[in-house]
Design a protein around this ligand. Structure first.
Ligand SMILES: Nc1ncnc2c1ncn2[C@@H]1O[C@H](COP(=O)(O)OP(=O)(O)OP(=O)(O)O)[C@@H](O)[C@H]1O
Length: 252
């Protein structure tokens, strides 16, 4: 999906962020269209998580702008940013980070209760989302009883249940085997398409990135191929090496 012609739903412009002497972002810019599934890829330390955290309002950049729906996320107070994360944004990390003492149903219900839903409504909606993510059988389980893939699908149900317009997922399949990763990504993409939710996904796994509409690669805190970056776009060399390996396979 292209962002051309319309205002992007979310945009990062020339972001800079340092941690002490480590320059995590050095002028990174990216745009996300409504309903788009975007993968941020790149080597370890290239700045993917930092960019995702800035986009989601978890981390404030040192310089540059994050604009969501015409609002400057980087200028919001801590309270405003946390309200945004409870209502319009959903966040999922590598490890599901469910609350261990609560049942699966209560974990998914919690953000709905915080948003003002009654308990019966929250439970009904949480149940619908768990069904969508194939986790209805686990409603009474505690997180400790779930497999990694089940826990991650519950975390995704929790992130989407509030009607988030954007889900931010940092290596959501990083701790899963390939089958569980596939099931998790299929469920996420299906739910995102059905609801029109946009997704920003950090991954180092090409198979996971392939679920996205578009891939943006980071290197040294900048987007590869962006103006001001080094020459040829990375996709040219990626597709060149992909076709080279395809022809090697044909020869084999
Ligand atoms: N909280 C932090 N404190 C100190 N340094 C940090 C912090 N977060 C990130 N960094 C540094 O910033 C740089 C970019 O890190 P970041 O986690 O954004 O990259 P990444 O591409 O997501 O890496 P990975 O794939 O390994 O998670 C690295 O040099 C990292 O060590």
């Amino acid at each position: 999906m292209s962002t051309h012609g319309g205002t992007p739903l979310l945009a990062a412009r020339e972001l800079y962020k340092s941690y002490g002497r480590a320059e995590a972002l050095r002028g990174a810019s990216v745009e996300l269209a409504e309903g788009e599934i975007l993968a941020l890829t790149g080597a370890s330390g290239s700045g993917k998580s930092t960019l995702l955290h800035c986009l989601a309002g978890i981390v404030r950049p040192d310089d540059g702008a994050v604009v969501y729906d015409r609002r400057r996320v980087d200028r919001m107070s801590e309270d405003e940013r946390s309200l945004l994360r409870r209502t319009e944004f959903g966040v999922v990390f590598q490890f599901a980070q469910l609350i261990p003492e609560l049942t699966v149903l209560d974990n998914v219900s919690l953000p709905l209760l915080l948003a003002g839903a009654s308990r019966p409504d929250a439970h009904a909606k949480a149940g619908e989302w768990l069904e969508r993510f194939g986790a209805l059988g686990q409603v009474t389980a505690r997180p400790g009883q779930l497999s990694g893939g089940q826990a991650q699908r519950v975390a995704l149900a929790r992130a989407l249940a509030t009607g988030a317009r954007i889900v931010f997922a940092d290596e959501p399949t990083g701790a899963l085997d390939s089958l569980a990763a596939e099931q998790t990504m299929t469920a996420l993409v299906h739910a995102a398409r059905e609801t029109g939710t946009a997704v920003v996904l950090v991954t180092h796994d090409a198979q996971v990135a392939a679920y996205a509409d578009r891939e943006v690669q980071l290197r040294d805190g900048k987007v590869v191929g962006a103006p001001g970056f080094a020459p040829v776009s990375a996709s040219a060399s990626v597709s060149a090496s992909a076709s080279a390996s395809a022809s090697e396979e044909e020869r084999a």
